[in-house]
Design a protein around this ligand. Structure first.
Ligand SMILES: [Zn+2]
Ligand SMILES: [Zn+2]
Length: 374
């Protein structure tokens, strides 16, 4: 396995980056490398790398551990190897002496965790959604109840290793005699031999199934969020508990709204008469249209805040805000009347404003009429 890159390097950040920096960088890179969008061959790998870096650095506790100790084996405590990680000195022993067979082959083993990627719409992420999914997963065979033996029979204890699943091989070395353990060749390390195999699973005890699940996505989830469905991973072995299913969410972008955390951003065009004289305009929010008062003399690029019109907070109460950026659009096609009014306006602007206030206002009124409907 290639050496892992530093998480900060992956996200292009300094070590003192704020939580906000981390989130922003992650969102940018996740979009860039998203396998649905990026068809380069290493996009998926990069996406995973970015995701992993984010998962660690966005969690204060994991980040602190990472800052102190660097990369930790991601399988630790994750159950990826079947939930049989128990730490301690046994593993170090195995590492030096090539063991790997010290575990009791008859001990129950937890099933593997599974991961499922689900793409949902922008508004589904905001308001939550319930979906039915079908996942392929390995389950215990119903016919033999996971034993692999034909119904009515049982797997028998291996006579070669007497059920330990291991054979010892002695070897003379310059350091003395070393006893190596290896998996029993008669029973492949399982400690059991099946004489009459179950015809459904061929003795494996497991079958692949397409399992339908109902998933509830809570309101307020965002790109990359994970939902853990406890016990919905693969079946355990010899009575071990099943693994978990992790649903990783991808959120589609929206034509009008953009999202940053719990806040929503959108951009609305104004014609220059509206900007100059003020107006009341309708703004679509996530749930309804609301009226927004544009004050006279509004400049292009100004933001207005619609409080509480953002995304419901995933944890805790309340919601974010909607930020409306107005862009003043300069007209490209003008009627003769509009041109004439603009010329008069330009001429007026050269005089001092107080000079002919009434005339000035009447021009604005006429412009309002002439440019309405743009
Ligand atoms: Zn079976
Ligand atoms: Zn054996």
């Amino acid at each position: 396995m290639a050496e892992k890159r530093d998480y900060y390097e992956v996200l292009g950040l300094d070590r003192d980056a704020s939580g906000d920096d981390i989130r922003k960088s992650y969102r940018k890179l996740a979009r860039q490398y998203h396998p649905d969008v990026n068809k380069e061959s290493d996009a998926e790998q990069k996406f995973k790398e970015v995701k992993e870096a984010y998962d660690t650095l966005s969690d204060d506790q994991k980040r602190a551990t990472y800052d102190r100790y660097g990369h930790v084996d991601p399988n630790q405590g994750f159950g990826g190897g079947g939930g049989d990680f128990n730490g301690g000195f046994g593993d170090i022993f195995d590492m030096f002496f090539g063991g790997g067979g010290r575990r009791d082959p008859n001990a129950p083993q937890r099933g593997n965790d599974l991961q499922y990627t689900m793409t949902i719409d922008f508004k589904e992420a905001v308001f939550g959604v319930e979906k039915d999914i079908t996942i392929p997963r390995t389950e215990n065979c119903d016919t033999c109840d996971g034993s692999g033996a034909k119904p009515g029979t049982r797997p028998e204890t291996c006579t070669i290793c007497r059920g330990t699943g291991q054979q010892e091989v002695a070897q003379n070395t310059p350091f003395g005699r070393i006893v190596n353990r290896r998996a029993c060749t008669n029973c492949s390390g399982t400690g059991k031999v099946i004489k009459d195999r179950c015809s459904t699973c061929g003795g494996a005890g497991k079958v692949k199934k397409q399992r339908k699940l109902h998933v509830k996505i809570p309101a307020g989830v965002d790109e990359g969020a994970q939902i853990r469905m406890s016990g919905e991973g693969e079946s355990g072995t010899r009575g071990g508990p099943p693994g978990d299913l992790y649903i990783v969410l991808r959120v589609k972008s929206h034509d009008f709204f953009e999202r940053d955390g719990d806040d929503i951003y959108c951009e609305v065009p104004l014609n220059f008469v509206q900007a100059a004289l003020g107006d009341e305009i309708e703004i679509p929010t996530l749930t309804e249209k609301v009226k927004l008062k544009i004050p006279a003399g509004t400049q292009t690029g100004t933001y207005f805040r619609l409080k509480g019109k953002g995304v419901p907070k995933l944890r805790g109460y309340g919601q974010g805000d909607q930020h409306v950026k107005v862009t003043v659009v300069t007209p490209t096609k003008l009627s003769d009347e509009q041109k004439e009014l603009l010329r008069q306006f330009a001429g007026d602007s050269l005089k001092s404003p107080s000079q002919d206030q009434e005339h000035h206002e009447s021009i604005f009124d006429r412009m309002k009429k002439a440019f309405r409907g743009e």
